[in-house]
Design a protein around this ligand. Structure first.
Ligand SMILES: *Cc1c(COP(=O)(O)O)cnc(C)c1O
Length: 363
């Protein structure tokens, strides 16, 4: 990111074409190949101007270089692709289920050994760093919203050549900068807040290490995990308003979290912005904002509440302008979660309308 620009200005101005007569916006370039004589050649190998705009914007946010992929899981897979057979992997107990599945497959096929640690057990992560080939962290975690002490964990001495990767989807680069703390990779499911409108699948991995960046590119090329052109265009269009959307949605989320914690139908609210949250201190220290996602446990029938919701949509995923919620234990592979736990991704609607809807659904 250029030195003189703040994040909000970078989001709006980066990745635009230069030169007289150029279109103001990043063009949607639907091309598999380019006329020879330049570096470009074939899109799967060398990218397209539309993907590069997304990579420029996100790379600049973390002062690294980004590679855009077809989904968050494709970006994550490209990171795990850098492991050798027999690698020692550490995952958080509260972890995106796709990553758990990916690592389970790696254990079967490549003999990876897998340990799982509580997100908040900083001492265990520090100890594991010295002897592991890959530490995978997600902070705030999904869906319990536990904040890892990334500053301490990233600074811990690591085994030579070890990778420390942070899934930064929930925080976004606006609230947390893992590479600045010393992580090898920062990963975004651009499907969520980056795109922001629940209308695309894309992912981005960012690193400051040239060889690691090259390896991501090779992985994308060989696995063909390329972003769709329209998706990259939409992600660029979406990310322009990221700062505004986040600010508004998390303001709503803070208000709703406070009100929910006083609601008689709610047993527990898990929001890093609340003083009662177990990792509130780490959240205050490490995050520039507490984010738009709230998890809460209801006392009654959580499925009924999800069915009754009207303005808030009963849907999975998160990060859109619209509020969505679902009972997480109902999701396959998530049966270990508290049965009444609802994950609410707060959007940019009016907070009083959202509250009215929640009240009628919880009544
Ligand atoms: C959604 C999500 C992913 C996976 O991203 P896709 O774009 O769906 O492949 C990974 N990590 C987190 C934290 C997510 O929320």
């Amino acid at each position: 990111m250029s030195e003189e620009l703040r994040v909000e200005s970078w989001l709006v101005s980066a990745g635009r074409p230069e030169g007289c007569g150029s279109p103001l916006n990043t063009p949607l370039v639907p091309a598999s190949n380019f006329l020879l004589g330049s570096e470009r050649g074939y899109a799967r190998d060398n990218g397209t101007p539309t993907w590069e705009a997304l990579e420029e914007i996100l790379g600049g946010l973390e002062q690294g270089r980004s590679v855009a992929f077809s989904s968050g899981m494709a970006a994550i897979s490209a990171v795990f692709d850098q492991l050798s057979a027999g690698a020692r992997v550490v995952l958080p107990e509260d972890c995106y289920q796709g990553v758990s599945g990916l690592v389970a497959a790696g254990a079967r096929k490549n003999g990876w050994s897998v340990r799982r640690l509580a997100v908040e057990d900083t001492a265990a992560w520090v100890e594991a760093a010295a002897e592991s080939d890959l530490l995978w962290l997600e902070s705030p975690s999904n869906p319990l919203l536990i904040v890892a002490e990334l500053d301490v964990i990233c600074a811990a001495p690591r085994k030579t050549g070890a990778i420390l990767a942070v899934d930064n989807t929930f925080a976004t680069p606006l609230h947390q900068q893992p590479l600045e703390l010393g992580a090898t990779f920062s990963i975004q499911s651009a499907t969520k807040f980056i795109g922001g409108h629940s209308d695309l699948l894309a992912g981005v991995a960012t690193t400051r290490e040239e060889q690691r960046w090259q390896a991501l590119r090779v992985s994308r090329e060989l696995h063909g995990a390329t972003p769709g052109t329209l998706e990259a265009f939409l992600a660029v269009r979406g990310v322009r308003t990221l700062a505004l959307r986040l600010q508004r949605a998390q303001q709503n989320a803070m208000e709703l979290a406070e009100r929910l914690s006083r609601h008689t139908a709610v047993a527990c609210v898990r929001y890093p912005g609340l003083a009662a949250h177990p990792t509130h201190a780490a959240a205050r220290r490490l995050l520039k904002g507490f984010g738009p996602v709230i998890s809460f446990d209801v006392r009654g029938d959580a499925d009924a509440a999800c069915r009754r919701i009207r303005l808030i949509r009963h849907a999975t995923s998160l990060g859109g302008v619209e509020s969505t919620m679902e009972r997480r234990a109902a999701v396959p592979g998530q049966g270990h979660l508290p049965a009444g736990l609802i994950r609410l991704s707060v959007g940019i609607e009016d907070v009083e309308d959202l509250w009215k809807d929640l009240c009628q659904a919880l009544a």
